[in-house]
Design a binder for this molecule. Sequence first.
Ligand SMILES: Cc1cc2nc3c(=O)[nH]c(=O)nc-3n(C[C@H](O)[C@H](O)[C@H](O)COP(=O)(O)OP(=O)(O)OC[C@H]3O[C@@H](n4cnc5c(N)ncnc54)[C@H](O)[C@@H]3O)c2cc1C
Length: 583
Amino acid sequence: MKKAVLMILLVVAAISLCFGQSVHYNAGTYIGAAQGMGGEVKVEIVFSDSSITSIRILSQKETPSIAGPAIERIPADIVKYQSLGVDSVTGATTTSKAIINAIADAVSKAGGNVAALKAAKVSKEKKQIANIEITADVVVIGAGGAGLAAAVEAKDKGVQKVVLLEKMASIGGTTFISQGLIGAYDSKLAKKLGVKLTYEAMYDNLMNNAKYRLDPVLSEITIRKSGETIDWLQERVKVPFINDIAIGYGPLKMMHMVVGGGIGFQKPFLTLVKELGIDLMLETKATEILLDAKSNVRGVKASKDGNELTILAKAVVVATGGYSNNPVLTAILDPEKEGTMGIGFTGATGDGIIMANNIGAALTHMNHMMFVLKDYEIMTKHNGTSNTANVSRFIAAPNCILVGKDGKRFVDEKSGGYMTQELNSPVFNQMNKDRLGYVWAISDEAALKNLKVSRGLDMEFISAPTPEALAEKMGLDPSALAKTIADYNEYAKAGFDKEFKRTQLATMGAPYVAVSVMPCEIITYGGVARNRKTEVLRADGNVIPGLYVAGEAGGNSAYMGFTLSNAFTWGRIAGANAAEFIK
Ligand SMILES: Cc1cc2nc3c(=O)[nH]c(=O)nc-3n(C[C@H](O)[C@H](O)[C@H](O)COP(=O)(O)OP(=O)(O)OC[C@H]3O[C@@H](n4cnc5c(N)ncnc54)[C@H](O)[C@@H]3O)c2cc1C
């Protein structure tokens, strides 16, 4: 009954708003706030007694390369349409919603009717695209690192018309949200700084990190060209680098650092795209790769503003990134990872892998990906993000252990680090054994205090004075967990873990703390099968003429520390070979 009354009131409010009645604010300037992806979004709004006159974003900590269009568009649309029912910006849904909610907060403070304003109609004219069929020389799908490199290289090799499709409202993909740390040796910067590394050392380091689960031939190319890739980024694209090289992802001084991290790529690439006359089409999603009767590439189908486009071209480069944000595809390709959630770039949904596979491309290494342990409850029940569900410091506590439903440990928790397959594969195995979407991480309050670890969203970890009481709260067998913790403490005191050979050991004591954790996908290493010219291969080993793949969509030739290098290097290779192919 109450619901029905509320519904009627909402409808009446919405109708009266549509007819210009009952819109009333207490005129003045108000501040509103709401939670975004990276923290609080704060807005300042000026109201007259009948309208929203202006909106200013006062502060926000959103990801710059993704949030930009939302910050620009949402306030302008709300003022234009006098409605909170405006569309979110593609790929920036959380930021869009945060801005709308912050504005709603201010509307409410100004005495406005938020529900009615949300229901107020936004009558946007549908954009009709004049030319539904476009002809190009080369189409590049995806404007992340690999796609941008491919488009620039194709232009530099003399291709006249390069169309670069990007489904998001801004370019950059994972590349622009990355830390901008690029593994390379023998670059001009390395030579200037006197940093000398051999190819053999680089190869061993990469392969050792990846446990040799990479294509050796393709990985050799990634490494051999890594220095040249840095030189190209510095000299051709004008990406600014810090005048130093850091040690990272192993013992080598190989990490070249972009000033400001991944966002440091944005300005130089945007400038170059414009300068070279690359036809960049934003908010244009490729949906299909077209073949002719002889199975040669003929172009791409795409959708923009509800219109279907056909872009005819002799060569197509697939540079759509990985599939870390497509748990459904992950579970199809690697069923033991069912239940994982994505925390990578929102656009990393494996579109190119699906499109290429649909026309006969083989896929390879599809069970090779990187996971990060996250707070299960925050991820699954509170719509968590990589930030709010962060438990990496909890897992890094020197005395942290992991247990399954039986209250027993199942792995050396310090093997390989919290992002590696050595740790995450056994976690998935345990989850499958337990038929649960999580395992338990346990430490103690002293360690968390020492490391200044707190839980996201102001939530508390499970805490108890004894292992038995902790187990009760977790729903585990108290005596089993008490024995696990007692045994573990014995190993820590003796300096030898006779069960799992863990070498980094520290005892734990009361009060004990626990949190359920799940592995979430962040980077994928498998992708479309290809040869050293990065031509796409069918399962019979034949190429699909005119089709190239680069970056995470191709995968298989990089691992931690080398994935940016991989995207730019193979993007350039794809662009150059596509240019050669269409001659
Ligand atoms: C948080 C984070 C930090 C990282 N930090 C580092 C680091 O410091 N160093 C490192 O080496 N690696 C790092 N990585 C990994 C690295 O950034 C990626 O592997 C690399 O950027 C991938 O480049 P890409 O060009 O293949 O894909 P992306 O950069 O993701 O570009 C793919 C683009 O294709 C677009 N797209 C997808 N589907 C379509 C479609 N159907 N139509 C049109 N466009 C489409 C996407 O929107 C996206 O813009 C990091 C990854 C993450 C998630």
